[in-house]
Design a protein around this ligand. Structure first.
Ligand SMILES: C[S@@+](CC[C@H](N)C(=O)[O-])C[C@H]1O[C@@H](n2cnc3c(N)ncnc32)[C@H](O)[C@@H]1O
Length: 403
């Protein structure tokens, strides 16, 4: 049967898949259904038609899952704000959803049968001292043609004007942003942990964060973990996995403002050495300032160039990383590290790699590459750094065959 946009079909929804939807089948056609939960019987309305599959929204729930809850945000749901994928799921169902997706990706791409438990981060505390659902310390509101700020629909440039975003950090929600019109295309906001939230008019404005016993100054537009407890949680997980020892050498790849380099530098001490690789100039400038007093060498380069210089050209030796090294932390963007980088790391002599991943599909592909080179996944932790969305952060420990 050919399904067309806006067609409605009744389906029983199966397991969640990466991207915030569940898989369903109808007369041989695969449907990726948003706003549903595993096991539910729903009316699914087709939103996009592709070769071999369609995307759809559950617009009517015929048999609800016991895990379904009323969405706490009135701007969420089919054809509405696309910021959250899991408003309709209880907290435990959100964690189970994410665990199931990570498990499935590791099985599919890396043939690993890995039990996964998604760990919750501490809750934000609101101005009233009560737990608050707002965890996003950075929110970019998009502005529509009439100047109204809002958030985009799922897979669309269309802006949904909103009056409140419940996952925005309380300080960001208090800013006078959503009650007025704007002439800019977007309004960036940030809530640093050391000062009140503000609208970012100058992305170079310095902000200060604390984590892993260190102070980090970075630009308001630079990279920092968005959940207020993520930086500390991830740094703790990396240190626990690697157990760095005095005198060891470490690479911190995709190092940003220096979070992991600072954390490992404390353990390897002055007899050890850390090299941080970062390509964004604002990240490099921040790392130079933040790590000035630590035994860390900052390499301004892409990781690809630092580890795999172009053939026939030696490249700047100051921008090269040469093994052997004892430990590697890598925290790539959503695209993952890729074959070349993983191959270079696998040949570095490292006794352990801690891989911090914001995209479990990219992680699973890179784990498969490591495995092909004789390494194995020794531990996987997963953290709910992005409640109400389908996103999940993983920290994977990879060890070479000899371990
Ligand atoms: C997920 S962030 C991690 C930053 C840091 N580890 C932290 O936790 O704060 C990824 C970082 O990699 C940098 N980056 C992206 N692509 C890169 C590449 N090919 N080579 C080096 N750095 C890259 C980005 O600028 C960003 O700072």
């Amino acid at each position: 049967m050919t399904l067309l946009e806006l067609d409605r079909v009744e389906v029983t929804v199966g397991a969640p898949a990466h991207g915030g939807h569940c898989v369903a089948r109808h007369e041989g056609m695969v449907l990726f259904v948003r706003h549903a939960l595993p096991g539910e019987r729903v009316i699914a309305e087709v939103t996009e038609v592709h070769r071999g599959y369609v995307r759809a929204d559950a617009v009517e729930i015929i048999e609800a899952s016991p895990d379904r809850v009323p969405a706490p945000c009135p701007w969420s749901g089919p054809n509405a704000c696309g910021g959250c994928d899991l408003q309709h799921a209880s907290t435990s169902a959100q964690l189970e959803w994410k665990a199931s997706v990570v498990r499935e990706l590791l099985a599919r791409f890396a043939q690993v049968d890995q039990a996964v438990r998604v760990e919750q981060l501490p809750s934000t505390v609101g101005a009233d001292g009560q737990p608050d659902a707002g965890w996003r310390t950075r929110v970019r509101y998009t502005v529509d043609a009439e100047g109204r700020p809002g958030l985009r629909k799922h897979r669309s440039h269309e802006v949904v004007p909103i009056e409140r975003c419940m996952i925005a950090y309380p300080g960001i929600r208090s800013l006078p942003v959503l009650n007025r019109t704007w002439s800019a295309d977007a309004v960036e906001t940030v809530a640093p942990s050391t000062e009140p939230a503000f609208v970012v008019t100058d992305p170079a404005r310095p902000i200060v964060e604390h984590a892993a016993g260190h102070e980090f100054t970075l630009s308001a537009g630079g990279f920092w973990q968005v959940h207020p407890y993520a930086a500390q949680t991830l740094a703790d997980a990396v240190i626990e996995q690697l157990a760095p020892k005095a005198g060891e050498t470490v690479w911190d790849l995709y190092g940003g403002a220096g979070l992991f380099a600072a954390a490992v530098a404390d353990h390897v001490g002055v007899t050890g050495q850390v090299a941080l690789v970062e390509s964004a100039p604002d990240g490099v400038a921040a790392a130079r300032q933040n790590l000035a007093k630590l035994p860390v060498r900052i390499v301004e380069s892409t990781v690809e160039r630092a580890l795999v210089p172009p053939r026939g050209r030696a490249g700047r030796s100051s921008a090269r990383l040469r093994g052997p090294v004892d430990l590697v932390v890598l925290d790539p963007p959503r695209t993952g590290a890729g074959k070349q980088v993983v191959t270079a790391i696998a040949a570095s002599g490292a006794r352990a790699v801690s891989y911090v991943a914001c995209d479990p599909a990219a992680l699973a592909r890179d784990v498969a590459t490591f495995q092909g080179l004789g390494w194995h996944l020794a531990q996987l932790r997963a953290f709910d750094c992005f409640p109400f969305t389908h996103h999940v952060e993983c920290v994977a420990l990879l060890l070479p065959a000899r371990s």
